[in-house]
Design a protein. Structure first.
Lengths: 113, 113
């Protein structure tokens, strides 16, 4: 079954520092991969998605992710963290059916002044 | 505005008292789904619906029921809630065109005493 593993349930960075949130996937077929963000007391919002068109995917709010098949990874990065980036981030992969998404357990990003 | 609307957003109830969480989408999406989010476990799918009158179990369906009588609505029913169903619930929908992008509601926080 398609699955993702997010490394690190909590990540803390200083404002202005690089953000790196790790996600590794397991998939028997070429995957569709996603990053979602959840701000406090809100639903999940799509940050970016990989659908095999390009390995480097740019999303909203300055985030991007690179699909690396050799490493089965889809890590999320942002060059310079803002206080407003503090949120929960979820990596997800399309399920076998192609309709549902299988989510990782989430990474909580804390940005300190 | 295209959106998924859930109600209620917050609910405290007691064990055994039947409740329904409503979900409605205005995007004419065929696919709808319910997830629950628990700390350290990420999002897990409860039930999903491929279209009107077509529903199926997700990963954690025990204790829940759903129905899909109209395309826009997909209520989640807890016939006899128990404390282990205390959770944050999300409804999501998607169209069959496009790259499997789910649109999420804002969430319903349920507490069962």
């Amino acid at each position: 079954a398609q699955s993702v593993t997010q490394l690190g349930s909590h990540v803390s960075v200083s404002e202005g520092a690089l953000v790196l949130l790790r996600c590794n996937y397991s998939s028997s077929v070429p995957p569709y991969l996603f990053w979602y963000v959840q701000y406090p007391n809100q639903g999940l919002q799509l940050l970016l998605k990989y659908t095999s068109a390009a390995t480097l995917v740019k999303g909203i709010n300055g985030f991007e992710a690179e699909f690396k098949k050799s490493e089965t990874s889809f890590h999320l990065t942002k060059p310079s963290a803002h206080m407003s980036d503090a949120a929960e981030y979820f990596c997800a992969v399309s399920s076998n059916s192609g309709y549902a998404l299988n989510f990782g357990k989430g990474t909580s990003l804390l940005v300190t002044p | 505005e295209a959106q998924v609307t859930q109600n209620p957003r917050y609910l405290i109830t007691v064990t055994g008292k039947k409740l329904t969480v409503t979900c409605s989408q205005n995007m004419n999406h065929e696919y709808m789904s319910w997830y629950r989010q628990d700390p350290g476990l990420g999002l897990r799918q409860i039930y999903y619906s491929m279209n009107v009158e077509v529903t199926d179990k997700g990963d954690v369906p025990e204790g829940y029921k759903v129905s899909r009588k109209e395309k826009r609505n997909f209520p989640l029913i807890l016939e006899s809630p128990s404390p282990n169903q205390t959770s944050l619930y999300f409804c999501a929908s998607r169209s069959y065109s496009g790259a499997n992008v789910l649109t999420f509601g804002a969430g319903s926080r349920l507490t069962v005493l």
